[in-house]
Design a protein. Structure first.
Length: 191
């Protein structure tokens, strides 16, 4: 007898899985409470490393169905999603994504869709990387400071170096300027 499960994930504490539960119910799926797995974890964590998703995998059996609202619920990137889909296909578990029109990703059409979406996602990621690098090059050429803003002014850094040369300890200087010891040591090293 096949069973239907649902997996809902949000990235932050402020977000709720209720919208995903409503979307799944509106699509006609009646999920028993113990088969509705909710998780609050960053999307940057791979599916295999998510405790809730791992517990879900332990419960699923051949001929079961897993319903998710969106493809990004299944993994952190296209490679992770493809691995997850392949795992479900190997285990004989249907994987339905509502965002794709209730498409079963473990079917032939679903497998094709995953590959196409993965290719588009990879292409988008490459474009973002290219635009980011171009922006960094323009900013550097314009003399824009890259990275975090400095915690100290040049005058403060000279004062820190002078105090260290005069024999004050790194810890004492760090306390005086309300900086970490590592920051004082880095300033000393750049002098």
């Amino acid at each position: 007898m096949s069973r239907t499960f649902a997996y809902a994930r949000v990235s932050t504490v402020e977000q709720l899985t209720e919208n995903q539960a409503v979307q799944i119910a509106q699509a006609g799926y009646s999920i028993e409470p113990q088969r509705f797995i909710e998780e609050q974890i960053s999307g940057s964590v791979s599916a295999a490393a998510r405790p809730g998703f791992a517990a879900l995998l332990d419960k699923l059996e051949t001929s079961d169905t897993l319903v998710v609202t969106k493809l990004d619920r299944l993994g952190r990137d296209s490679i992770d999603v493809q691995k997850t889909v392949a795992l479900f296909a190997e285990r004989g578990i249907r994987l339905v994504v509502l965002q794709l029109g209730n498409l079963d990703l473990t079917s032939s059409a679903g497998a094709l869709m995953v590959k196409m979406l993965a290719a588009v996602a990879d292409f988008e990621r490459d474009l973002i990387i290219e635009r980011t690098r171009a922006g960094q090059i323009r900013a550097k050429a314009a003399g824009t400071h890259m990275g975090r803003p400095s915690l100290t002014t040049e005058a403060q850094r000279q004062d820190i170096r002078s105090r260290l040369v005069a024999g004050k300890t790194v810890s004492a200087v760090a306390r005086d300027f309300k900086l970490s010891r590592a920051t004082v040591i880095a300033i000393r090293g750049r002098g």
